[in-house]
Design a protein around this ligand. Structure first.
Ligand SMILES: [Zn+2]
Length: 597
């Protein structure tokens, strides 16, 4: 067990305000009785089924069954490992974790070494930019593009010398060949180790956690290729990271809005001008992974890009990906063939502000871009245009917006709204690509891993016992055999043994609950959490359990008696006592039924 002591975990758990933490990611979290609820950040929904129960230190979603404690929440929302989540929260709580390095498993150990070598490379390249005489051209390049010293410092921009230099420096630090090739800083060719970057300015790329995971490089002269990234490797995947995202995250989270640009220089210029929510994909279109990452933190995104055909196509496609996830999308283009960083250099922050203020929604933008001011359209043009726009509209999860777009489209094309609607219905229900349905399926609750729902009696007993765990110690009140559902029985037995442990019998506090839930299989823990989050009143739990169990035991006895009375194999008279008992049980059960209805 624990490389990190239970005591320090406990200290972290106690010092972190769970509700405040969740609210940073889910601003819509609202008080509901003693708990807090919101629409779930882990699946798409319109009515809240995501609950945080601070007194028990847990969260649970009744829609997708996501749930866990404060560490589990951070792991899931930031995509961290358990150890990473603990470390992050410990830092936030100001708790020092004692963790000997040799206790790391081999995988963690490798990641740590790779992180160190990438970190070392960033420092190396950065100091080359600041100090190397040869880097003068690079320094002038950044100055000409209007980058301040502070920005160069904050983003740790770097320079890779024409003749290299990283390899000998890294070797002196004890980093082996294997490590340098594993993270894409070098590669072996014709038996020689070569550096991946040379004669380029470098933009260190951080993952969402703020760790250096790779670099983007740009040549200063006319060499080819103009841009070169780290090759994809265990640490770096181009389709998953966004340049500037980590730096932008505090602002993105606060404003629930991200500004998506195209290039490294654009992101730097935007941050420098106060647009601190800016980030950019690394020379690719937005991917599903990017969209999923953004969706966790934003309600809105604005795309700002070159108005050339490739830029437009990439932005529309990215916009559709975000829209499918229920994120508001706006598109803006920079006028006069400028890059955002050129625009900022010429006109300052105000100029970018007014460009962003003129951003349009997906349909207006496509209409303007594809049709321009074209007044007269041939029937074929109309049909082709309608088909393209309907494809976008079909991806919109919001019915009101869909309807609004349809009527605007009908007006613009001077065509019948009814036929557009018909066409749309075909698109979203029938053949062709159906990303809409794919997402609807992903959003529906995950099938319970245990298959069948738990019978109502088992649920109710556990519901009461979880409120008063001490009750589970009494065999007279309730026992293993009283459960018909295997899962319920397993949870009960764990509960009984947890209560049996001296000192933990206080049962019910956040610390106790956390330990109890951790002792369960994931599917069982999910079922237990959903019961813990269930806020029905249960009055006197002991009495309720005794009622339910009493009824169950009577039913079971009835089932035992039945074959004795009605059994075909039974010959001779039936014992009158059995008949009396049978009748009594029947009427008692009926009476109980009436009382509970
Ligand atoms: Zn959910």
């Amino acid at each position: 067990m624990g490389r990190i002591t239970e005591a320090s975990l406990e200290e972290v758990r106690e010092r972190i305000d769970f509700v405040e933490l969740v609210r940073e990611y889910v601003p819509s979290l609202k008080k509901a009785g003693r708990d807090f609820k919101a629409c779930c950040p882990f699946h798409q929904e319109k009515t809240p089924s995501f609950y945080v129960v601070p007194e028990k230190g847990i969260f649970h979603c009744f829609g997708c069954e996501a749930g866990g404690n404060v560490f589990g929440f951070l792991m899931k929302i930031e995509g961290l490992s358990y150890v990473e989540a603990v470390e992050k929260l410990a830092e936030r709580a100001g708790v020092r974790l004692v963790r000997p390095e040799r206790a790391l498993d081999p995988q963690e150990k490798e990641r740590l070494s790779l992180r160190r070598v990438l970190e070392f490379a960033r420092e190396h390249y950065h100091s080359q930019l600041l100090r190397l005489p040869e880097a003068d051209a690079a320094r002038r390049y950044f100055a000409k593009r209007g980058l301040a010293k502070e920005t160069i410092e904050a983003f740790k921009l770097g320079y890779a010398a024409r003749s290299g230099g990283l390899l000998p420096a890294a070797t002196r630090q004890g980093f082996g060949k294997e490590l340098l090739t594993r993270c894409g800083l070098a590669s072996e060719r014709e038996g020689r180790l070569r550096e991946h970057f040379w004669a380029r300015v470098l933009f260190p790329i951080l993952n969402a956690r703020g760790e250096v995971c790779g670099f983007g490089g740009r040549v200063l002269g006319d060499d080819e290729p103009k841009y070169l990234n780290s090759p994809d490797n265990v640490m770096f995947s181009k389709g998953r990271v966004l340049y500037g995202f980590h730096e932008a995250l505090p602002t993105i989270r606060k404003e629930r809005h991200a500004l998506l640009l195209e290039g490294y220089m654009d992101v730097l210029a935007a941050h420098q001008a106060g647009f601190r929510n800016a980030c950019a994909p690394l020379g690719t279109a937005l991917t599903e992974d990017h969209a999923a990452l953004l969706k966790r933190h934003v309600d809105r995104v604005t795309f700002l890009f070159d108005p050339d055909a490739a830029g437009v196509r990439a932005a529309v496609r990215g916009g559709e990906l975000m829209m499918e996830r229920g994120v508001g999308v706006a598109l803006a283009t920079v006028p006069d063939g400028l890059d955002p960083d050129e625009l900022l250099q010429r006109g300052g922050p105000e100029s970018l502000k007014s460009v962003l203020a003129a951003a349009e929604d997906l349909v207006s933008f496509q209409t303007r871009f594809l049709l321009g001011n074209e007044a007269k359209l041939s029937p074929e043009q109309k049909a082709a245009f309608a088909a393209r726009i309907l494809e976008t509209i079909a991806k919109c999860p919001d019915e009101v917006l869909k309807s609004e777009w349809l009527s605007r489209l009908a007006q613009r094309l001077k065509t019948d709204e009814g036929s557009l609607r018909l066409q749309l219905r075909k698109l979203s229900s029938g053949g062709g690509k159906t990303p809409v349905r794919r997402h609807a399926a992903a959003a529906s609750p995950a099938p319970s891993s245990a298959g069948q729902p738990m019978p109502a009696e088992d649920r109710d007993i556990l519901f009461c016992l979880l409120r008063s765990p001490a009750l589970s110690a009494s065999e007279e009140l309730v026992d293993e055999a009283d459960f018909s559902d295997e899962r319920a029985c397993r949870i009960f037995l764990r509960l009984r043994s947890a209560v049996g442990v001296p000192d933990s019998a206080k049962g019910g506090g956040a610390r106790w609950i956390a330990g109890f839930l951790e002792s369960l299989e994931p599917a069982d823990a999910s079922a237990a959490r959903s019961l813990l989050c269930d806020r029905r009143e249960c009055g006197d739990p002991a009495r309720l359990v005794s009622d339910i169990v009493g009824r169950l035991r009577k039913k079971r006895r009835l089932a035992e008696l039945e074959p004795l009375i009605f059994g075909k194999t039974k010959s001779g008279p039936v014992d009158p006592d059995i008949v009396t008992e049978y009748k009594r049980l029947c009427s008692e059960l009926q009476g109980a039924q009436r009382n509970t209805r």
